[in-house]
Design a protein around this ligand. Structure first.
Ligand SMILES: O=C(CO)[C@@H](O)[C@H](O)COP(=O)(O)O
Length: 229
């Protein structure tokens, strides 16, 4: 699907209440197809994939081979939480990514990396940690289709920065109204309603859904909280 069709699809999906983009890697790694089927049957539109290489964040997660093996029409929202994310853009685009998010803190050249994502036919997304000044992102907004506002970072411990995210949503809406904005980090059932009130387009979550108990019930609870805002 070309870039313009992906953008149309994302805009259509996000035209109403904030949409959940859900990661399944805390689910059953031997039965990821089942977990993805749960997302589909609950009406979720986006699958979030955190790619970690053990450098910026301590864990190693999955690579492009995992993405390429997924059989789903969900929008595939890939977050490159690696060092030198520019090295991995072509690989994940070829593996079927629709959105590719790179953390601006880790890019050798932010403009070139965002441009390469669009050239690869994907939606270009810049992620920014809450402790990085927003001024470091602003010069690149023309190159972004999406911005991921992280409420946590690899160096912030358990502290969350939802107040920073709220301010950034207002600032970025003023700067570029057509941007798709995502809240990412520490989203739980008991705070998702409050976060939805900040009026992002996307809300990323994973472990609060695939918590080993009942992912369908968790999705329904989160969706109800979002829709009650
Ligand atoms: O991007 C990051 C940073 O690790 C995460 O915040 C995930 O995207 C959401 O994961 P959960 O904490 O909801 O499992």
């Amino acid at each position: 699907m070309p870039h313009s069709d992906k953008l149309d699809r994302l805009k259509s999906v996000t035209s109403g209440a904030p949409q959940l983009s859900i990661g399944t890697l805390t689910g059953d790694m031997m039965h990821q197809a089942n977990d993805i089927q749960i997302l589909e049957s609950e009406g979720i539109q986006l699958l979030h994939l955190d790619v970690m290489d053990g450098t910026v964040w301590p864990k190693i997660s999955v690579g492009s081979g995992f993405l390429a093996g997924l059989k789903t029409d969900l929008l595939k929202d890939v977050h490159l939480l690696t060092s030198h994310p520019e090295k991995h853009v072509a690989d994940f685009a070829a593996a079927g990514a629709d959105i590719i998010t790179v953390q601006i803190e880790q890019c050798d050249d932010v403009a070139a990396t965002l441009t390469s994502i669009r050239e690869a036919g994907c939606l270009a997304s810049a992620g920014i940690y809450p402790t990085t000044p927003i001024e470091e992102l602003l010069p690149y907004l023309d190159l972004c289709d999406v911005v991921f506002l992280l409420s946590i970072g690899p160096d912030t411990g358990k502290q969350t920065y939802f107040d920073v995210v709220a301010d950034r949503i207002s600032q970025l809406r003023d700067a570029k109204p057509e941007l798709v904005l995502a809240i990412d980090g520490a989203v739980k059932k008991d705070n998702v309603g409050e976060l939805a009130a900040m009026q992002s387009d996307l809300i990323v979550t994973g472990s609060a859904i695939f918590d080993g108990v009942d992912p369908s019930a968790n999705i329904q609870a989160m969706t109800a909280s979002i829709n009650n805002q």
